[in-house]
Design a protein around this ligand. Structure first.
Ligand SMILES: NC(=O)c1ccc[n+]([C@@H]2O[C@H](COP(=O)([O-])OP(=O)(O)OC[C@H]3O[C@@H](n4cnc5c(N)ncnc54)[C@H](O)[C@@H]3O)[C@@H](O)[C@H]2O)c1
Length: 413
């Protein structure tokens, strides 16, 4: 198999995940450069990927100032730093794997789309759920025609109470001005799935939702600014930072995010001084904790989507067709065939599906590299074009939520 080379732009959590594909499949991928301002992260890459200092850069600008260094640029910087590195990578002629979101504003999505017109390399978005065997199977069942014409799609994204507290109340995606609306920062995966299943541009969209719970007004009596500083209700609070981060048996994500020192002292310091020790009722968050979206597609399919923090479990999807129904809960997929009144489990989760994002992280890398080797963008469904459609839908939903009105896709947002 032809090995492809890649540079990683942003050596954080996601950059490390995609780079690690090269350790498991060295015949497919080799990491040959890294850009990150954090020297500790660069050192980690030097050690793991056998790089030398000259292959390490301190910013996306400096790595793209060089002549083209690899076949692929994997861009995994934070949400508001996707567009400029992506445009720089296009200028240099890299195949590009870009983390979601494509951009944090509608105008930027349109700009990238314009600049990429006629580009003869692959530009893929990291909508990893498309590459889980669970959703690949649902898509295959829909496309097989087994359930006739799809009429309705119902999809639930249970963010999970602890994940909400970690990422969207205390963490990097808690504020609109530093990140993007929740429907872009988190639910873009789900809106993208719904759009992929419907296989049609959207016609109209309506959304409601708000920040219901994680506000100062809901702070219980006796709570303090930090869970670690004598909070009287810490023991009974489900969102307690001590419960989430002080279990010394846990060292992976999300604990790994709070500090590079995961000793007891290191964790306590992070909870005393850092963002992850804050009371969830006294943070500076403003993104919604629940949202509902109704979508009508041009091919008449109607979809409803719910995102909620107040959940504990996996995504659920129900596809309702004229001849059958598909129900997926991430553990199983059940297919009802109205023609012969049969109902059977047609897919069950395996060990491989326990890996990053239900197997989607490596599934996406495998498929992306396949498309790169063939230089054939049709082999990678999470394309720039698909991402533009799902992002414009999501911006439409956010506009609808804020303005309390239905948005038609042909309206200027
Ligand atoms: N596809 C998914 O399922 C998924 C899951 C989580 C996060 N994400 C997205 O992935 C992106 C990265 O998230 P993360 O959790 O890895 O964040 P992170 O903060 O761990 O990583 C971002 C990295 O970018 C680096 N950086 C900052 N400025 C830079 C610059 N000028 N040049 C180069 N690097 C720079 C930071 O030092 C950091 O190491 C975000 O956009 C996030 O929304 C996607």
């Amino acid at each position: 198999m032809e090995q492809k080379s890649a540079i990683i732009i942003g050596a954080g959590n996601r950059g490390q995940t995609y780079a690690s594909y090269s350790l498991t499949y060295p015949n497919e991928l080799k990491i040959v450069g890294i850009a990150d301002p954090n020297p500790e992260k660069r050192d980690k890459f030097i050690h793991l990927y056998n790089l030398n200092d000259s292959q390490c850069y301190d910013s996306w600008e400096s790595i793209f100032d060089q002549p083209k260094l690899a076949d692929v640029a994997i861009i995994t910087t934070q949400d508001q730093m996707h567009v400029e590195p992506a445009l720089a990578a296009i200028k240099k002629g890299y195949h590009i794997l870009l983390e979601k979101p494509l951009a944090t504003t509608e105008n930027e999505c349109v700009t990238i789309n314009e600049k990429a017109k006629g580009y003869d390399k692959i530009i893929g978005l990291c909508h990893v759920l498309r590459y889980t065997s669970h959703y690949l199977k649902i898509k295959e069942l829909i496309d097989s025609g087994m359930i006739g014409d799809v009429v309705n799609i119902e999809h639930l994204e249970p963010v999970n109470y602890w994940h909400m507290a970690h990422s969207y109340v205390r963490g990097n995606w808690r504020r609109l001005d530093e990140s993007s609306p929740m429907i872009i920062a988190k639910s873009i995966h789900d809106i993208d799935l719904v759009s992929w299943f419907a296989n049609s541009p959207y016609k109209s969209i309506y959304s409601i939702g708000s920040l219901r719970h994680f506000t100062t007004e809901n702070a219980p009596e006796g709570s303090t600014d930090r869970c670690i500083s004598d909070c009287a209700v810490e023991n009974e609070c489900p969102y307690s930072a001590l419960k989430l981060y002080m279990n010394m048996d846990l060292t992976g994500w999300p604990v790994s995010v709070i500090s590079s020192d995961l000793s007891k002292e290191g964790r306590e310091k992070a909870l005393q001084e850092g963002p992850y020790g804050r009371c969830v009722y006294r943070s500076d968050n403003d993104v919604v904790d629940h949202q509902v979206v109704s979508i009508e597609f041009e091919n008449y399919i109607k979809a409803s989507f719910t995102m909620s923090a107040f959940t504990d479990g996996e995504r659920r999807t129900r596809i309702m067709g004229t001849m059958g129904e598909i129900i997926g809960d991430f553990n199983t997929i059940t297919l009802s065939n109205f023609r012969n009144q049969s109902k059977e489990i047609v897919w069950e989760k395996s060990e491989e599906d326990e890996m990053g994002h239900g197997g989607g992280d490596f599934g996406l890398m495998k498929q992306f590299l396949l498309a790169v080797r063939a230089n054939d963008s049709t082999l990678f469904s999470s394309s720039l074009e698909a991402a533009v459609e799902s992002h414009l839908m999501s911006f439409g939903a956010e506009k609808s939520r804020l303005e309390k009105r239905v948005i038609l896709s042909n309206q200027k947002l």
